[in-house]
Design a protein around this ligand. Structure first.
Ligand SMILES: [Zn+2]
Length: 456
């Protein structure tokens, strides 16, 4: 299959950077990274290579690209609409109000807009939770955008946004059968830059029988599974993780998103079965109705979580904001202002260095691609970012992890490499600049189709 995609794999030697490898054997040190044929060839000190283009890294930090383990990319043209929306407002405005009017071209440009802002802010892998499967063409359009943008994408095929209310909260419809076609004809290669997973509703958003059928389908197709659980009071009542454990369906191929109101016992079940978790720390503190980030409770259960953006309609799509918001909620716990599920005395804490590992290697583990990406390790695919530390907002840089987490933003991301393709360099994203004009036109068309006024 041929794809319209970046193909500028260079031989690059990054010299003298502060390497935050996220590889436990290597740790952090000032050194060099050699990239060739799309892979990391060597990570060490005083490397030389006659054929490589040398990139001066002195004074900069180099780390594996950020991995966002849960974003609804199709909403990229609707970004920043409702920072003060409640969960119900988000559902009625976006999933129910606008989602049913999406045409494939809207999915395409939304996904492209989401991918490009992700790359610009140092996200090299996104797990696209695509609950916009209104037709096969919608899914194909989403996947095409990932090939075009150059990002590494795990495409999690979900349910439609047409008849949205029939597809959630007790739905008796089984997962759309089109996932078989996508698996067999579109995304059959698990070593490609774009791969397939299944975004399932599970027992919390469908029925136990439907959930079991969907899980069996995903496993028959050899697909990992993501599932939204622990959503507000509904999630606390349903206890989806416990249901899965009791029916023998809970396994290490599952990533549980949010877990805000999952019980501590459920989180221990998740850990015992080797499953993984995705904390959307910014979205969860911004949007009333879901519950609070479960980061510290997950750590107490023995799970190092990954991090995710969720919906750009409410929060910024960069991982700097996600890391800061996730930390902000921990600090509220420490200040005695925790939500009802957090008890300070029992909870382990995390720091800036932990957050960087959640946003990189733990994301790769959650997406099941840690053999390919997530750390600066020889043999892995070359997904890395360089962050300038000599910008006014970061100087004087002291502890580098703290500097990046407390002060970093997309403008500090100087270089972005995915699978050896240089997609941003010298602070400039290499991308078609008409995408955002098309995104604005898509937004206008969608609001018109839904009979809604553009928010003033
Ligand atoms: Zn979500």
């Amino acid at each position: 299959m041929s794809h319209n995609q970046p193909q500028n794999k260079e031989r690059i030697l990054i010299k003298g950077a502060y390497l935050m490898t996220q590889d436990n054997k290597l740790g952090n040190f000032v050194g060099d990274v050699l990239v060739a044929d799309g892979r990391i060839v060597e990570v060490g000190r005083d490397l030389s290579d006659d054929r490589a283009r040398v990139v001066e890294g002195t004074g900069n930090a180099v780390l594996p690209g950020f991995i966002d383990t849960h974003r609804h990319n199709w909403q990229g043209a609707l970004r920043n609409l409702g920072p003060a929306w409640t969960y119900e407002e988000y559902r009625s405005n976006v999933q129910i109000g606008l989602g049913q009017h999406f045409e494939p071209r809207d999915v395409h440009v939304g996904n492209l807009a989401a991918d490009l802002m992700s790359l610009d802010s140092g996200v090299t892998t996104v797990r696209d939770e695509s609950h916009i499967s209104n037709s096969p063409e919608h899914s194909d359009a989403a996947i095409a955008a990932h090939w075009e943008s150059g990002i590494r994408a795990v495409f999690d095929h979900g349910w439609p946004s047409t008849e949205a209310e029939q597809w959630q909260f007790g739905s008796n419809r089984t997962h759309p059968a089109d996932i078989r076609r996508i698996r067999n004809e579109v995304l059959s290669d698990d070593s490609a830059r774009v791969t397939l997973n299944a975004m399932l509703r599970g027992p919390e958003l469908s029925t136990p029988d439907v959930s079991a059928q969907d899980i069996r389908l995903a496993r028959e197709l050899g697909l990992r599974i993501s599932m939204h659980v622990g959503l507000g009071e509904w999630g606390a009542d349903q206890q989806a993780i416990r249901q899965l454990a009791e029916t023998g369906l809970l396994a290490s191929d599952m990533t549980f998103i949010h877990c805000c109101t999952s019980t501590d016992e459920e989180l221990r079940m998740l850990a015992a079965h080797g499953a993984t978790a995705s904390v959307a720390g910014a979205l969860e503190v911004f949007m009333p109705g879901l519950g609070q980030p479960a980061t510290n409770r997950l750590l107490a259960a023995g799970v190092r979580p990954s991090l995710s953006v969720d919906t750009e309609t409410i929060v910024s799509g960069d991982m700097f904001g996600v890391m800061r918001a996730t930390l902000a909620y921990q600090q509220l716990i420490l200040a005695g202002a925790a939500g009802p599920m957090d008890r300070i005395a029992d909870l382990p804490t995390f720091d800036a260095a932990d957050l960087l590992s959640f946003a990189t290697i733990e994301g790769a583990r959650a997406a099941g691609i840690d053999n390919r990406t997530g750390s600066l390790t020889a043999g892995k695919e070359a997904d890395l970012i360089m962050i300038r530390l000599d910008h006014a907002n970061l100087l004087p840089a002291t502890n580098v992890a703290a500097t990046i987490v407390a002060g970093g933003h997309a403008g500090n991301v100087d270089m972005v490499v995915v699978a050896g393709d240089v997609l941003k360099e010298n602070g400039v994203l290499k991308a078609a600049d008409t995408v955002f004009d098309e995104a604005a036109a898509s937004r206008d068309r969608l609001f018109h189709a839904a009979g809604l006024p553009l928010p003033a």
